[in-house]
Design a protein around this ligand. Structure first.
Ligand code: VGL
Ligand code: ZN
Length: 201
């Protein structure tokens, strides 16, 4: 079984949003079309409490995009985004969610960020996505959504390491930083993730 994971296609990551990914809106029509090629479609949703430690506003004398240490790990400080229950945290109205069988929320623990749709960044808490996909006999996972260099990257990396044959759809994602994106693609290739274009599906 082949699953498509829609990573964080939420208003705050789209133009006009709090942590807008440049041209993030361009991928939505493509993702709407792609969904019919899969046996299963699931989505992740970044879903932070207001006092989340990844927000620069929750630290003294820190700016957005500063780097800090959080529980022993590098943490980029972000603008407040995807706060639980806000319109910024909602899925884009342009996204067709009719076929989305399940939604996995992440980033809810105040003290740790969660880029991957599978685990939080210190790998202690599971979202339930791995067990769900395995219960549905999924063996191949395709990832798309936002942002290419953060949540899509870490979701693909974890999927591959969990034993799913993993595909990263380059034209169905957009990045925040080109430098971070280039390093992410190299790392995914080195870990056996297949980097492909939607026209190859
Ligand atoms: C994301 C930064 C912070 C993402 C989420 O969805 O890529 N990036 N939270
Ligand atoms: Zn976040």
């Amino acid at each position: 079984m082949k699953a498509l994971i829609l990573v964080d296609i939420q208003n705050d990551f789209l133009p006009g949003g709090a942590l807008a990914v440049p041209k993030g809106d361009e991928i939505i029509p493509l993702i709407n079309t792609l969904q019919s090629k899969f046996d299963l479609v699931v989505a992740s949703q970044d879903w932070h409490p207001e006092n989340h430690a990844s927000f620069a506003s929750n630290h003294h004398n820190k700016n957005v995009f500063d780097m800090i240490q959080l529980e022993g790990q590098n943490q980029v400080l972000w603008p407040n985004h995807c706060v639980q229950g806000t319109s910024g945290a909602a899925f884009s109205l342009e996204l067709n969610t009719d076929a989305v069988a399940a939604i996995f929320r992440k980033g809810m623990t105040v003290t740790v960020d969660s880029y991957s749709a599978f685990f939080d960044n210190n790998k202690t808490q599971h979202t339930g996505l791995e067990a769900y996909l395995k219960s549905m006999n999924v063996t191949e996972v395709y990832v798309c959504g936002l942002a290419a260099d953060y949540c899509v990257y870490f979701t693909a990396k974890d999927a591959q390491s969990l034993g799913f044959k993993t595909y990263y759809i380059t034209d169905a994602t957009r990045y925040i930083s080109e430098t971070v994106y280039q390093a992410a693609i190299l790392d995914l290739k080195q870990h056996g993730v297949t980097i492909l274009n939607s026209s190859d599906i």
